[in-house]
Design a binder for this molecule. Structure first.
Ligand SMILES: [Zn+2]
Length: 264
């Protein structure tokens, strides 16, 4: 009986690591097979070191053979949290890397020092393997970016939550409230990112209309970008007119805490 519980426990760990990092489950299994006679603490340490090595050094070298590459972090492009990098959630096809580079430079030209801050992109391998909870982030062509915020000194690179998700710029009085429409249709997942903030930070910052509008305009000007998702109330508040800017439907999650963009 004890053996069965142990097997279920290990299976659940492999499943969790595969869902959250794609390669973590395999690394765990290999460590378990090779070092199963070692003490649990030693095994955990071996796993953590092996995982970090594979994730930070090996995968970035192998992924290009399968058509994806790590997002090139620069002075102007960065992940909102190191977790996105450690969990291999920062892979895109080369064309998307080029687009990000161009947009970040143009944004910097317009607002000196303002960075392109990304959240979830895609895993390094296998078309069709979704990066949950984003079902569509499964081909290297999708990425989520943070909105732009301001503090008392002007535009800032600070964001309102640790994950970058879950602090919403909701509809104001008089604006169309798509969120209530979806909630009334019992689409419980629409609002779910409010549980994914991992903590609220930088309470002194607020949404920048000017900065976010510029960022979106620079993105949709890129020929290779096919679609950009944002909530309807923000689209009208920012007076954005472009056929690439679409509404994603109630089956997705709300997009007033981040922007989703994709190629073609
Ligand atoms: Zn997305």
């Amino acid at each position: 009986m004890k053996k069965i519980f142990k097997s279920i426990f290990h299976f659940l760990i492999v499943l969790f690591l595969t869902i959250t990092t794609q390669i973590g489950g395999i690394v765990y299994l290999i460590c378990f097979v090779f070092f199963r006679r070692k003490k649990r603490k030693i095994r955990l340490l071996i796993f953590m070191l092996s995982y970090s090595f594979v994730s930070l050094f090996l995968v970035p070298k192998i992924a290009p053979l399968f058509g994806r590459e790590k997002i090139k972090n620069t002075e102007l492009i960065k992940a909102n949290s190191f977790i996105y990098i450690l969990a291999n959630r920062n892979y895109v096809v080369p064309e998307l890397n080029t687009v990000l580079d161009k947009v970040s430079k143009k944004l910097h030209e317009r607002y000196n020092g303002i960075q392109l801050v990304y959240l979830d992109a895609n895993f390094p391998f296998l078309d069709g393997f979704p990066l949950l909870p984003h079902l569509s982030h499964n081909d290297g062509e999708k990425i989520d970016l943070s909105l732009v915020y301001k503090d008392e000194k002007g535009l800032t690179n600070k964001k309102p939550s640790i994950s970058g998700y879950g602090v919403f710029e909701g509809p104001k009085k008089g604006e169309f409230d798509q969120i209530s429409v979806c909630k009334n249709k019992r689409k419980w997942q629409y609002d779910f990112p409010k549980h994914l903030t991992f903590g609220r930070i930088n309470k002194n910052i607020e949404f920048s209309k000017k900065g976010t509008k510029s960022l979106i305009q620079l993105i949709v000007q890129q020929r290779k970008i096919g679609k950009l998702f944002i909530e309807p109330h923000l689209k009208s508040r920012l007076q954005l007119v472009n056929k690439k800017i679409r509404y994603h439907g109630c089956q997705a999650v709300r997009h007033d805490d981040h922007i989703h963009l994709q190629l073609y």
